[in-house]
Design a protein around this ligand. Structure first.
Ligand SMILES: [Zn+2]
Length: 151
């Protein structure tokens, strides 16, 4: 077995992953919260191909170009998305989290209301929401999961 050489062991060391992905619980927090108010509401267009936000600077009247994947596309074909920065409270603790469209949709589902992009309706829905169980990213504070909190 003289094939077993030192260089093979070195290969093994080099092939170890440089960054290990952390399990979900290290990067997300679960909380039981009540929405206390809205700080920011905004809308943006997302790219048809990569679904990332298309920057305002890349627009002409009809055509936009995605800064992420370079797809040039018709503006009216792009999907309008919205987000809301929301103040929530958990017991005596207050903090800010961000709802993107997907999670706002879930709030409408919980309230059994129709989906809309209307700022007033979204504001109302978020403030009317029951106590929610949320999962959010520790760094970005973006919510990944919303469900009604059931006792
Ligand atoms: Zn794109």
């Amino acid at each position: 077995m003289h094939d077993c050489t030192v260089s093979e062991a070195e290969d093994f060391i080099e092939s170890l992953p440089l960054s290990v992905e952390l399990p979900d619980s290290f990067t997300t927090t679960e909380a039981k919260v009540e929405v206390t108010g809205l700080l920011t509401f905004g809308k943006y267009l997302s790219c048809l191909q990569c679904h990332k936000k298309v920057a305002d600077g890349s627009f002409t009247a009809k055509i936009i170009k995605c800064g992420n994947c370079n797809l040039t596309q018709k503006r009216d074909k792009c999907i309008t998305n919205c987000f809301a920065q929301v103040k929530v409270s958990q017991d005596d603790n207050q903090f800010t989290v961000t709802f993107f469209q997907e999670q706002i949709k879930k709030v409408f589902n919980i309230l059994q209301g129709p989906q809309t992009l209307d700022e007033e309706k979204i504001t109302e829905a978020l403030l009317d929401a029951p106590i929610l169980k949320i999962k959010y990213d520790n760094k970005s504070k973006i919510i990944n999961e919303v469900s009604p909190y059931i006792i």
